[in-house]
Design a binder for this molecule. Structure first.
Ligand code: 6PG
Length: 247
């Protein structure tokens, strides 16, 4: 099923992309006076955003005690490994700014990716306070995502069985479809979709080919991912967009 109701926002360049993403993060935080849950993403796209969140004026405006930080997928390598997604976010801003108890990594030192998935599912369910999603009460305020060259999101790769999983919150993925070829652990589509906003960040000319397929509505994980009860926003820079979609 191709997601409906998405909004595409095109900005000038990589810098504008990071600032626009940071402003959306701040708007989601401002919207919730209680406990806030943000699901971060790996890859290179969010680096500049993470730098901004750890700097003024953003850092001083984030109520760090109330914000919990999760990760949509991780590579099954030890923390500290340059491929480890949560370590990237921790190194750029989380370890300096957020209370340790509010940082929720996937345990990539578990026995296997499947075991790590089970443990993270339990952690998400404990945080949420239920074993089933209640649509009016989404798990996350905001889910950040990037898109891979093959149309994967998080570690849900095209035509892999993990894309179809609806009875698990988190899955182990034994082999990646693109580099780096290490096992992964990924939230499933229903878990990522349980959010007030799903925000894609897509920048650079090397994303143009996959953006054409996304815009054509090809059946890809990226086209299935959406917020079930909120907004789905694709924030893209001009270079990432095919020429006829740059307006
Ligand atoms: C991962 C990611 C993955 C990423 C996309 C885009 O662990 O690899 O979470 O889904 O977001 O591949 O990656 P880039 O931002 O590096 O293009």
């Amino acid at each position: 099923m191709v997601a409906l109701g998405r909004k595409f926002v095109v900005v000038a360049d990589a810098t504008a992309l990071a600032f626009a993403a940071a402003d959306r993060v701040m708007a989601r935080i401002a919207d919730n006076p209680g406990r806030i849950a943000i699901c971060l993403t790996g890859g290179s796209s969010p680096r500049r955003l993470y730098e901004l969140l750890g700097q003024e004026p953003y850092q001083g405006r984030i109520p760090w005690d109330r914000v919990h930080w999760f990760i949509g997928d991780d590579r099954f390598v030890k923390p500290g490994n340059p491929l480890h997604n949560m370590s990237m976010a921790r190194g750029i801003f989380l370890d300096r700014c957020a209370p340790a108890a509010n940082i929720h990594p996937i345990d990539t030192e578990a026995h296997s990716p499947y075991e790590a998935a089970r443990l993270y599912e339990e952690e998400l369910q404990r945080f949420y306070g239920a074993l089933e999603f209640d649509p009016p009460q989404p798990l996350f305020d905001l889910v950040l995502l990037g898109v891979g060259p093959d149309g994967h999101i998080a570690s849900l790769f095209p035509s892999y069985p993990a894309v179809e999983v609806t009875d698990q919150w988190v899955v182990g993925v034994s082999e990646a479809h693109v580099e780096p070829f290490v096992p992964r652990v990924s939230l499933t589509l229903p878990t990522l979709g349980s959010c007030r906003e799903m925000l894609f960040e897509v920048g650079g000319a090397d994303k143009r080919a996959i953006m054409s397929r996304v815009l054509e509505g090809t059946d890809l994980p990226a086209n299935r991912a959406r917020s079930y009860q909120g907004e789905t926003v694709w924030l893209c820079d001009r270079d990432a967009m095919p020429e006829d979609h740059r307006g």
